[in-house]
Structures are given as structure tokens and as C-alpha cells.
Design a protein around this ligand. Structure first.
Ligand SMILES: Cc1cc2nc3c(=O)[nH]c(=O)nc-3n(C[C@H](O)[C@H](O)[C@H](O)COP(=O)(O)OP(=O)(O)OC[C@H]3O[C@@H](n4cnc5c(N)ncnc54)[C@H](O)[C@@H]3O)c2cc1C
Length: 442
């Protein structure tokens, strides 16, 4: 059994940042990061650009092996934390080894929710979370002409942009809901997004639940592959590549019985401390007490994970630090021309990019949390911003916003949310698309 002062489970944005901060404050302490992926830290957000052929694979990596040596951080890759015994401060890992920790930080992010249908593990069906997923998608997409994407959301946009950028001719998105990205967007914002998809050759069908992925044997390598996607309404769609993006979940099983309080994620206070002494959580897996919005909150974005890594690294080192950030998540799609990335998987096909799209989620975009939601833009204009307003401690504040195809509005809205600015004098002007949102923060 190995003893370490700080054991970090998960070596991505939150875990690596926390280890680095802890090292800077505790030069003499021992630190181990255990990651079940076979790579040093890479940028998960750049996977989208990699999939579109915009950047080469080696540009994804944020840390080289030498970085861990220089920081005196042991990085154990390809190894999974399997069980936790919190009373004795022990974590067992997939190689059979065991660590005794002084402090334990869990930054295990999320893993994809799998569709409960047969065939989702066949060779031409993909989920997207890791670099291995992206490599496998790129290897298949060059031989594909017809794609079906199941689910609407960020990952769905990534699949659609990747498939079109790699020359897939027919791309169809199937969503179970009444409209694309229901649950995160209102109907009009969704319409704006859907029109952008359609301009770029991507069709969207709503109210379609997938019943079956029908397979046959591939002539090329004699393995079973999906040929048709069948929906519960009885429709059948041909496909030689299928992308599934129906959400992520936090893997809470490996520490069952440890006493850690869980809900949708690992429940922490504003210091990212769990209810069990010496155990902390940060990043996508943490359901933290949000001091800005005064509620438990789970986020799924890179900036949040990094900021939490910064805060919790200090806290673990003894400089107790409240985590306080209103984070945002932006994505561009169908926007940039393909460049030659010299990938071994082959031929670049030219994209048919008509008009790029953009979407951003800033702060809390939950109608039940806000007192009022103000809308700017129209479906006809192809732009839509929704601003979520709430009275907090006697001030009128913007607590969040969704911005579709209007990237110039992201900066001032983010500043207004983060700066907790009282916008009461401007509230009446917000719905006027000619009102410059920069006035909120000037
Ligand atoms: C394709 C894609 C595009 C994205 N684009 C954006 C974007 O544009 N902007 C944005 O803000 N966010 C984006 N995100 C989300 C962003 O990547 C995540 O919010 C961020 O990576 C979360 O960081 P994290 O450190 O909390 O966890 P993760 O990055 O999920 O890392 C957790 C790590 O822990 C490992 N792990 C899990 N369980 C164990 C275990 N038991 N033992 C050992 N290791 C384990 C995982 O394999 C993983 O390596 C994107 C995500 C994807 C997949």
C-alpha cells in the first residue's frame, strides 16, 4: 500500500488544476493523480475542433509527461479507482493496488448516459466524451455518407458539425422531445438553432424515440454494424454512422458505502468539502453550494471545473477558499473551414458550410429560479437572447442568459452576471434589441 498526502481521482481540468495549486502551496507534500484514461491531461473542449479537422491531435494535449515530473506529481494513467474505505482513508484501484491518503479529491467528471437499446455498442455507433471516442469517430466518418444523431444538445451539435465537416451527405437528428434542446431552451430559441442546423444540411425530427438499431454484417470486415435506425413511431432511417448524445451522469458507484452524501452529483459545501472529513469533490461531479445563487448547483463546463480546481487546491492545502464563480459555456458550430490535420485516417472532404451558429449558456438559466425572463431577437432575425432576472438581497440582477447566434451579447451579459450588477435602471430597455447591452456594465 502506498501512502500519499493528496490523492486525486481523475486527471482532467479540475483534478490537474487542484494538484498544481496544492503543489505550489505544499512543496514538500506527496501528490498522486489516478486517471482511468490512458493520456496525460488533454483538452476535452478542443475535441470538438479536432473532430472538425480544425486542429491536429497533438494540439489537444495540455500537459506533457515532463510537467508531472517537474511538479513532482505522480501521474498514474489507465488506472481506475475501484472502491473507497473512508474510515481507514484507503482507495483500492483497478490494478489491485491500494492508496492510503491524507486528503482525497474526487474529480471524476461525468460519463455518457447509454441508450437502453441493443446495438448501441456496435462499431459504427458512437458516444462522445473522450479522446478515444473522438479517434474512433474520425476513423469511421471518412467512410460514411448517411448519419443519424440521437439527442439534441451540445454533443448533438458537435456530432452534426463533425459529420458535415467530414463530408457526410445526409445528417438527421432525432429528438424525443417536442423541439430541439427542450429543457434548456425555449421553443423560439430552439427554432433559431434548428434553422441554423437546416441551413447547414442537417435535418431535425422531433417527437421521435428510437426503438431499435438494426444491424447487418459489414462486407468490409465481417463485423456487425448498424444499418438502420428504427423509431417507436415506425419510421426507419438508413445510417452508416450513428452518434448518440443524451446526457452525462456522475459515476457514484465506486465509493458506495463510504458515507459520502450524493444527490445528482457529490454534495459539497461552498469550500467543495464533502460531508466526510478529508474528502473533497470538484468539477462536473460536484454538486456544490453556490454562494452566488444560494442553492446546490451542478455544472458541466471547463471553466467551472478549472475554477473549482483552483479553489479546492487551496482549501486542501489549508487556505480555506470559498468557490464563487458564475461560469459560462459557449460553442460555435459550422463556423470554420476545414484545414488539413494530416490525420492518418485519410481523405479530407470539403465542408458545405452555409452559415455558422453560436450558442452560450451563462450563469443559471433555469426559469423556475428566475423571477422574470426577458427575450431579445426573433426567429425571423435568426438571433435570440433570453435574460434571466432575479431580485437578490434588494438588487435586480441578471442571474443567467441563453444566447443563440448573438455572440456579441455574451461579454456584457457575462460581466453583468459575474459582477452582480444591479440592472434595475436598464431593466425596461432589455427587450429592445437596439439597446446596447454594453450599457449594463459601462
Ligand atoms: C466533446 C466535448 C466538448 C465540450 N466542449 C465544451 C466547451 O466548449 N466549453 C466548456 O466549458 N465545456 C465543454 N465540455 C465540457 C467539459 O469538457 C467538462 O465540463 C470538463 O471536462 C469537466 O472537467 P472535470 O475535470 O470535472 O472532469 P472530466 O474532464 O470529465 O474528467 C474526469 C476524469 O476522471 C476520470 N475518471 C472517472 N472515474 C474515474 C475513476 N473511478 N478512477 C480514475 N479516473 C476516473 C475520467 O475518465 C476523466 O478522465 C465539452 C465536453 C465534451 C465531451
Amino acid at each position: 500500500m502506498k501512502s500519499v498526502d493528496l490523492l486525486v481521482v481523475g486527471g482532467s481540468a479540475a483534478g490537474t488544476t487542484a494538484a498544481e495549486v496544492f503543489r505550489s502551496l505544499k512543496p514538500q507534500s506527496s501528490i498522486t493523480i489516478v486517471s482511468d484514461e490512458p493520456y496525460e491531461e488533454y483538452s476535452r473542449i478542443l475535441l470538438s475542433n479536432y473532430l472538425r479537422g480544425e486542429i491536429a491531435r497533438d494540439k489537444l494535449f495540455l500537459k506533457k509527461p515532463s510537467w508531472y515530473q517537474e511538479k513532482n506529481i505522480e501521474f498514474v494513467k489507465g488506472v481506475k479507482a475501484d472502491s473507497l474505505e473512508s474510515a481507514s482513508h484507503r482507495v483500492k484501484v483497478s490494478t489491485g493496488g491500494e492508496y492510503q491518503y491524507g486528503k482525497l479529491l474526487i474529480t471524476t467528471g461525468g460519463s455518457v448516459i447509454r441508450l437502453p437499446i441493443t446495438g448501441d455498442d456496435l462499431g459504427n455507433v458512437f458516444y462522445l466524451r473522450t479522446l478515444d471516442d473522438a479517434d474512433a469517430i474520425l476513423a469511421q466518418v471518412v467512410n460514411s455518407r448517411q448519419a443519424v444523431i440521437i439527442g439534441g444538445g451540445f454533443i448533438s451539435l458537435d456530432f452534426a458539425t463533425c459529420f458535415r465537416a467530414n463530408g457526410v451527405e445526409d445528417v438527421l437528428v432525432l429528438v424525443i422531445e417536442d423541439y430541439y434542446w427542450q429543457g434548456k431552451l425555449d421553443r423560439d430559441s430552439s427554432q433559431v438553432l434548428q434553422k441554423t442546423l437546416e441551413k447547414n444540411g442537417v435535418k431535425v425530427l422531433t417527437n421521435e424515440e428510437v426503438a431499435e438499431l438494426r444491424s447487418s454484417i459489414s462486407i468490409r470486415d465481417r463485423t456487425p454494424v448498424v444499418r438502420e435506425v428504427v423509431t417507436k413511431s415506425g419510421k426507419t432511417f438508413e445510417a452508416d454512422i450513428v452518434g448518440i448524445g443524451v446526457g452525462i451522469k456522475t459515476d457514484l458507484d465506486w465509493f458506495k458505502g463510504s458515507g459520502i452524501k450524493v444527490n445528482r452529483g457529490i454534495v459539497t459545501n461552498e469550500y467543495l468539502e464533502t460531508n466526510v472529513p478529508d474528502i473533497y469533490a470538484a468539477g462536473d461531479c460536484a454538486e456544490f453550494w453556490d454562494v452566488i445563487f444560494k442553492r446546490q448547483h451542478i455544472m458541466g463546463n471547463w471553466a467551472n471545473a478549472t475554477s473549482q480546481g483552483l479553489a479546492v487546491g487551496k482549501t486542501i492545502a489549508g487556505v480555506r477558499t470559498v468557490f464563487e464563480t458564475a461560469s459560462s459555456y459557449s460553442a460555435d458550430f459550422f463556423d470554420r473551414p476545414r484545414v488539413d490535420t494530416s490525420r492518418s485516417t485519410g481523405t479530407a472532404k470539403s465542408p458545405r458550410v452555409e452559415a455558422g451558429g453560436h450558442c452560450s449558456f451563462i450563469g443559471v438559466t433555469d426559469e423556475s429560479f428566475a423571477d422574470e425572463v426577458v427575450t431579445r431577437g426573433t426567429v425571423a432575425e435568426g438571433k435570440m437572447t433570453r435574460i434571466f432576472i432575479k431580485e437578490i438581497s434588494g438588487t435586480t440582477r441578471i442571474v443567467g442568459a441563453t444566447v443563440i447566434n448573438n455572440p456579441a451579447e455574451v461579454g456584457p451579459l457575462t460581466m453583468a452576471v459575474k459582477g452582480k450588477i444591479d440592472i434595475s435602471v436598464h431593466k425596461g430597455s432589455l427587450a429592445d434589441a437596439n439597446f446596447d447591452l454594453k450599457n449594463l456594465v459601462s
